[in-house]
Write a protein that binds this ligand. Sequence first.
Ligand code: NAD
Length: 272
Amino acid sequence: KSKSLSKVPKDGLYPEIIRKNYLGSKKLLNKKAIISGGDSGIGQSVAVHFAREGADIAIVYQENDKDAKETQKLVEKEGQQCILMKGDISKKTFRTKCLERVKKQWKTFDILVNNAGIQFPKTNIEKIKDEQIKETFDINIISMISFTRDCLDLIKKGGRIICTTSVTAYRGSDHLIDYSATKGAIATFIRSLSVNLANQKILVNGVAPGPIWTPLVKETFEDIASFGKDTPLKRAGQPSEVAPAYVFLASEDSSFITGEIIHINGGDFVGG
Ligand code: NAD
């Protein structure tokens, strides 16, 4: 994985983790949040915004220690705790280990952000391999359902679950067939789970980002300079433009919202 957080690359796009003018008003004071894929991209930005709002963070991530350490540093700079949990979320033993650690450290927690996801390079349906389909589904949706189930023992009544789906759940994607199918499944999962957990007063919502400048897309889209150009706003978004919606969905401000998905995509594509 390669990425540059501090340097602005030639194409002018770079991941902005937190807005300079994002003051925060301690909307998540004393809350504890688990964020999967919280080491980089959108998840990293969510971690830092949550921390600025007063939450302690536990990050589940797969491999990039450098990104994870940087996120930890940024969270700690906000005066909050940041637990790093490295492993493959699709493995039951790892998920169990994560929750044992959270239980030991916090006993319970308040907010689960299901954000880990993978995307293979653009592939035509004729060329798509079974292994790719399986891995994309395993990580993007099967692990999300399993991890959510595993978390139910520890998440507090009145807690929040926020899942990252995608614009591709709604519009499809001609060359990200398996990926967009997992994101459609996540959108349905959000709605179903919101009804299932309503009696425990756990609110379940989602965010559907459009083109956001992160390491994930840098690896997938060869023509990164034009990434996002077909949105009405004619540009890609920054992680820092997505994360505040997670803060809203995690805070008391959204106390009567469940089963909803916020679309953050630079406007709906204009067809025709
Ligand atoms: P990213 O690559 O920076 O983040 C993905 C994270 O998922 C990584 O940090 C990685 O640690 C984690 N992850 C992947 N596989 C894992 C595994 N097996 N176990 C544990 N963790 C694992 O990319 P991002 O763009 O920030 O993606 C975050 C989410 O946003 C993903 O679900 C992605 O599908 C979604 N999304 C992104 C965009 C976009 O344009 N960037 C658009 C729509 C949706």
